[in-house]
Design a protein around this ligand. Sequence first.
Ligand code: SAH
Ligand code: DHB
Ligand code: MG
Length: 221
Amino acid sequence: MTQKQWTAVDSYFTDLFVRPDPALDAALQTSTAAGLPPHNVSPNQGKLLLLLAQIQGARTILEIGTLGGYSTIWLARALPSDGRLITLEANPKHAEVARANIAHAGLSDIVDLRLGQALSTLPQIAAEGNSPFDLIFIDADKPNNPDYFKWALKLSRPGSLIVADNVVRNGAVIDATSSDPSVQGVRRFNELLASEPRISATAIQTVGSKGYDGFAIAIVN
Ligand code: SAH
Ligand code: DHB
Ligand code: MG
C-alpha cells in the first residue's frame, strides 16, 4: 500500500461524506497562505471529531493546539448554540489566523481562544471553574502530552471523552529507544492512559492524506 492509494481512498470518502463547507475550506486556504504548517487534521478526521463530539453529546470542549482553527471549527460545529469550546494556542500568528477563521465560520460566540503556553493557560482554566469538559482534544506539542493528559484528567468528569491526535507517527511510536522527544512524549502518554485506573482507552491507526498516524480515544470512568 502506498501513500498515493491512501490519499485516493481518503479523497473518495471525503467526496462522499464531507459536505463542502466554505468556512472549513477557507480555514485551510488562509492557513496555507499565512505559511502555517500543514498539521491540521484531514477533512475525514475532522468529520470523525465532529461525530465523536455528537455521539458524546458534548456541550463543553477543550482543545489543546489550535493552529489555524481547522479542527476547532469541526468540533465547535458539534456544539449546541449555548455550547462552549476553549482552545489553547501558544503561537501568536497561529492564533491570529485561527481567530479570523473562527469568526468567518460564525463561531466566535462559542469558541474562546486562549493565547499562551498550554501549561500556563491550563491552570488558569482550572482556576476559573469552566471545567469539567465533556470532550478534551489533545493535539499540541507532543513532548508535553504526559502533562496534557494529567490536566485532561483534572478537567474531566466520569463520562468525559479524551481524544489525542498523532499517537502513531508513521509507526515510530513502537520504538522504545527513539531519541525523538515527540515519540517519547506520545509513548509516555499512552502508558499513562493504560495505567490510569479511571481510564478506559484504545487507539486506532489511520492512513489517508495525512500519511500513517492515529488517534487515542479514552473515556473517564
Ligand atoms: N488541532 C489543529 C492542529 C494543531 S497543530 C488542527 O487539527 O487543525 C499543533 C499546534 O499546537 C500548533 O499550532 C502549535 O503552535 C501549538 N502548540 C505547540 N506547543 C504549544 C504549547 N506549549 N501550548 C499551546 N499550543 C502549542
Ligand atoms: C505534527 C503535529 C500534529 O498535530 C500533526 O497533526 C501532524 C504533525 C508535527 O508536529 O509534526
Ligand atoms: Mg495533530
